[in-house]
Design a protein around this ligand. Structure first.
Ligand SMILES: [Zn+2]
Length: 337
């Protein structure tokens, strides 16, 4: 089916795609000023040109950046395959999710065939964000409205902290008709005697994650002066989401899971795996905290020691695949190891 596709995807860009503002190009734009109609008309023109050589010519492209919204006045056809890039990375707030669903439905209404091409997993670093249920629900929304494929950009897979979200993502690809609760139960069952305690642990992070509004998100990186791509610099502002008290509650729940797992060897090992992730989070936050103190004039020793502790821990958990430690390191350039 994907043989002989003409790829007219735009290159990536920072901010708004630099686009021509001449009268002819502006004339192709829709009334709302977004560039989607311009792109949609361009795709159709390429297709018409190709049809002179090959009837049934197929086009593949994406809906992104300044042209992510559905075109207002241009209809496409089922030989134009469009990757829908949702407008948000985080948070999974009602307004963001509603906007994504509108985007998906609008493009589906053009008659194009759609695949899902999110940047959702760019966000999270090694932190225990839990948006498993919401991701699963929105995946199903798209699946029920003509989704033919997916392409998840950047899958760093911090298994020990976000394993639940990745588990749901994998299983829902296989069983898009399953209720999300069934998939969640399957994951928790893997923890044997500790399954209900592990559920409580992840539901704690789900509550923390779910309490984040778009305003709360914006305040977090603004307070640290992080402009561009704040989702890639989360190690610098993770404490905005994961306060000492949130982490202490998480630790308590995990300790309870550990006690419940006692005697069930597999469950013990799996709970210990979750602990590797939570300890990585605590050390990451401690490193950034000591880095800031050092930067503000404190002697470097505490920062150097904390960073060394973090890296030693990462060395220990690397063989267990608890976190993508190389990727995390590459995302922490400010620490200048
Ligand atoms: Zn032009």
């Amino acid at each position: 089916m994907f043989s002989s596709l003409i790829d007219v995807s735009e290159n990536d860009s920072y901010g708004s795609t630099p686009s021509c503002t001449c009268t002819a190009c502006r004339a192709w734009d829709g009334p709302n000023g977004h560039l989607s109609d311009r792109y949609a008309k361009f795709w159709l023109s390429v297709q018409r040109e190709a049809e002179k050589v090959r009837p049934n010519a197929r086009i593949i492209t994406i809906a992104y950046d300044s042209y992510y919204q559905p075109p207002q006045e241009t209809k496409l056809n089922d030989r134009i395959i469009t990757g829908i890039v949702p407008g948000f990375y985080f948070p999974w707030s009602d307004d963001n999710r509603q906007e994504f669903r509108k985007q998906w439905q609008g493009w589906a209404d053009t008659g194009a065939r759609l695949y899902l091409r999110p940047n959702w997993l760019h966000f999270g670093h090694n932190f225990p964000f839990n948006f498993a249920r919401k991701l699963g629900e929105d995946f199903r929304f798209a699946h029920q409205r003509g989704m033919i494929a997916t392409d998840f950009d950047l899958v760093p897979a911090p298994w020990a902290t976000q394993g639940l979200t990745y588990y749901v993502l994998g299983r829902i690809h296989r069983h898009p008709d399953w209720p999300i609760d069934r998939i969640l139960a399957e994951y928790y069952d893997g923890f044997g005697l500790a399954s209900e305690h592990v559920r409580a642990y992840f539901e704690h992070w789900e509550r923390i994650t779910g309490s984040m509004t778009s305003q709360h998100y914006a305040r977090g990186h603004a307070a640290k002066g992080i402009g561009d791509n704040p989702e890639h610099k989360l190690y610098r502002w993770g404490d905005h989401f994961f306060t000492d008290s949130a982490l202490a509650s998480g630790k308590e729940l995990l300790d309870a899971a550990k006690a419940a797992a006692s005697g069930d060897r597999t469950a013990e090992q799996r709970v210990a795996f979750l602990e590797m992730g939570l300890r990585d989070v605590k050390l990451t936050l401690a490193t950034q905290d000591s880095y800031q103190r050092y930067h503000a004039g404190a002697a470097p020793k505490i920062y150097v020691d904390t960073l060394a502790r973090l890296d030693a821990h990462r060395g220990n958990i690397e063989p267990h695949n608890a976190a993508a430690t190389g990727w995390l390191r590459s995302r922490e350039p400010e620490w200048n190891r």
